[in-house]
Design a protein around this ligand. Structure first.
Ligand code: ATP
Ligand code: MG
Length: 605
């Protein structure tokens, strides 16, 4: 069955090929992590365009983040060549933005409407809610009410610190907030879905136009669609549409943001004609990592009886469990292990008492990710990596516009484009021009200091600018949209620091999950109990994190943690309990995290 196959589908295994070559109509692909779902759907689109004469411009591929969209765009251009550029690869939000830009008049929006970034939204909310504290408190509830409601009891690393929300009050503030937004000619992030859905629901002609335009739709990470996204899809893709949904219910991790895995589970009711294809071969991770991850997810698995067979025969590192004395020691363990993986030379000058490295020198910083449940946990790791002189990059919760340099460029750019007519020259050149223009306004000394920062910002913007061609307005909008997604550069020679949520869909040769402790993973307030659904979602989050690893997986936790000035003893994460019964796949470490300190500070997990 593994006989070579010509053409685009040649890069797929027989299961994947069967999925990619389903002729038309709705299709559901269900499969575990690392089974090539994203790869399969990319090849399916290439196959349709190259070998089935589907016009590229009729293809719409929906991804979960802008980074995923960029990666898919690149893959499609490689597979399909120039016509691949006519394929629309979008997130739900950028698709919504496209619809709004094309149909703003029908919604009474000005042609030059803007998208409010987090800071702007906060300013407006503060104004209508009375004060900053109220604004902060109400924002999640307002957003949730507009997305159609979400289960309570869970939260992202960013949201949980905010405490309770108050739906009733939010209901009162919402209309005033929206009015204030519109007065300024703005839409917010939630509008990017809510307004197009409203339009598509009520305007049959518009709906039919978009249905004709996007005859072939694929959605990756379908297990995490929310109510509005689901409605948008149902409107774009009626019952017999060529809609391919791909996902893994065991990786549903966005319920706190309104996603609902039940949309996935009822796909076949919505599209009764849809065949279901399962992929069962994992190409990403070594066999012990696959075995450990499956063990960790088992109690909550929604698709437990599926197979997930490790295909990698070249990778058989055991999973490492490590318990450190405190967060600093945990971070030191991460840095030391990185040093060893890199070949053990990097820390030489810092610490001559180091443990001999077993690294083969082929791993670089960009191969390494450190994942955590809450953003606050990144601090200790960042400090330690910094101390060792290891480059690191971290997803920022700040809007992209708050980044050094970006704001200046944007100001120059929008200033310039009022001066020169829209569509005047490629955006890339204009971004460079804006950067130079900004630097020219500075004194010589300031210029010397700012130049690196501004040029760094240009580099960060460049791929996006290239995709926007000559459309400056689109570029400005996209920069604002980027606020919500990770801005980590996969090519940078640096360790990536990410929340578990943001790591979805990605893969790294080396993965650390720090803070594998009860009350961090699962995340809950000390003493508080999690509901069953929230607990299961935390377990899935752990599963997502573990399955990002290709070759090396380290699960660490600190026996003591200080938070808000209070030191607490921490128990290991309950999700790892059963891993300890898998000695063939899992190694419990007792290597000293700080060699100059006494070993009694450490104990086995
Ligand atoms: P996730 O659930 O985490 O999103 P996924 O199912 O989308 O994972 P991919 O990211 O598409 O998985 O693929 C995982 C890895 O396996 C990638 O490095 C991919 O290139 C590789 N891979 C997938 N299919 C094959 C194949 N048939 N042959 C070789 N490598 C493959
Ligand atoms: Mg994927």
């Amino acid at each position: 069955e593994d006989a070579p196959v010509d053409g685009v589908l040649g890069g797929l295994d027989p299961e994947q090929r069967a999925a990619a070559s389903v002729p038309d109509g709705p299709l559901l692909i269900v499969a575990g992590p690392g089974t090539g779902k994203t790869r399969t759907v990319t090849h399916r689109i290439a196959h349709l365009v190259l070998e089935r004469d589907v016009p590229a411009r009729e293809c719409l591929a929906i991804t979960f983040t802008r980074r995923a969209a960029e990666e898919m765009t690149e893959r499609l251009e490689t597979l399909v060549g120039a016509p691949g550029r006519d394929i629309t690869v979008a997130t739900f939000h950028s698709l919504g933005l496209t619809v709004l830009r094309e149909r703003h008049a029908l919604l009474d929006l000005p042609a030059d409407f803007g998208v409010a970034d987090a800071a702007e939204q906060h300013r407006i909310l503060t104004e209508v809610a009375g004060d900053e504290r109220a604004a902060r408190r109400l924002r999640p509830a307002i957003s949730r009410s507009r997305r159609g409601g979400a289960p309570e009891g869970s939260g992202s690393g960013a949201d949980t610190e905010n405490g309770a929300t108050e739906p009733v009050e939010a209901g009162e503030v919402l209309p005033r907030y929206l009015a204030a937004l519109r007065e300024r000619g703005l839409v917010d992030y939630d509008d990017l879905l809510a307004l197009p859905v409203h339009l598509l629901e009520f305007d049959e002609q518009v709906r039919e136009e978009y249905q004709r335009r996007f005859r072939w739709i694929t959605v990756d990470e379908y297990q995490d669609v929310d109510d509005l996204q689901y409605r948008m899809l149902r409107l774009l893709a009626p019952d017999d549409a060529n809609l391919t949904a791909i996902g893994d219910p065991d990786q549903a991790i966005y319920a706190f943001r309104g996603a609902d895995v039940r949309f996935f589970l009822r796909f076949q009711e919505d599209y009764p004609r849809a065949p279901v294809v399962w992929l069962t071969r994992n190409y990403r991770s070594g066999r012990h990592i696959v075995a450990g991850a499956l063990r960790a997810i088992r109690p909550s698995s929604l698709v437990a009886d599926r197979g997930l067979h490790p295909m990698r025969t070249d990778s058989d590192q055991r999973i490492h469990l490590h318990r450190a004395a405190d967060e600093r020691a945990e971070a030191a363990y991460v840095a030391r292990t990185i040093d060893q993986l890199l070949g053990g030379t990097s820390l030489h000058s810092l610490d001559s008492g180091r443990v001999e490295g077993d690294g083969d020198g082929r791993i670089s910083f960009s191969d390494i990710a450190v994942l955590y449940r809450t953003d606050a946990q990144s601090r200790a790791v960042l400090d330690e990596l910094g101390r060792c002189g290891f480059p690191a990059q971290k997803r920022s919760h700040d809007p992209l516009t708050a980044r050094s340099g970006v704001e200046h460029i944007m100001r120059e750019l929008t200033h310039t484009s009022t001066v020169s007519p829209a569509g005047d020259g490629p955006v890339v050149d204009r971004v460079r021009g804006a950067a130079e223009a900004f630097l020219a306004t500075l004194s010589e000394r300031d210029r010397a200091e700012s130049a690196a920062m501004v040029h760094g910002a240009v580099e960060l913007l460049t791929p996006l600018a290239e995709r926007c061609g000559t459309d400056v307005a689109r570029f400005c909008h996209e920069v604002l949209l980027g606020a919500e997604v990770d801005a980590i550069d996969p090519r940078a020679d640096a360790v990536s620091l990410l929340t578990l949520h943001a790591a979805k869909g990605l893969e790294f040769p080396v993965v650390f999950i720090v803070g594998c402790a009860d009350s961090l993973l699962p995340l809950r307030w000390p003493g508080a109990e999690l509901g069953d659904d929230a607990f299961a979602e935390e377990r899935r989050l752990c599963f997502v994190g573990m399955t990002r690893a290709q070759d090396h997986l380290y699960l660490t936790h600190a026996a003591r943690r200080t938070r808000h000035g209070e030191t607490r003893e921490m128990r290991p994460s309950p999700f790892l309990t059963e891993l300890r019964d898998m000695p063939q796949a899992v190694a419990s470490e007792n290597a000293p995290a700080r060699p100059r300190r006494a070993a009694h500070q450490l104990s086995l997990l």
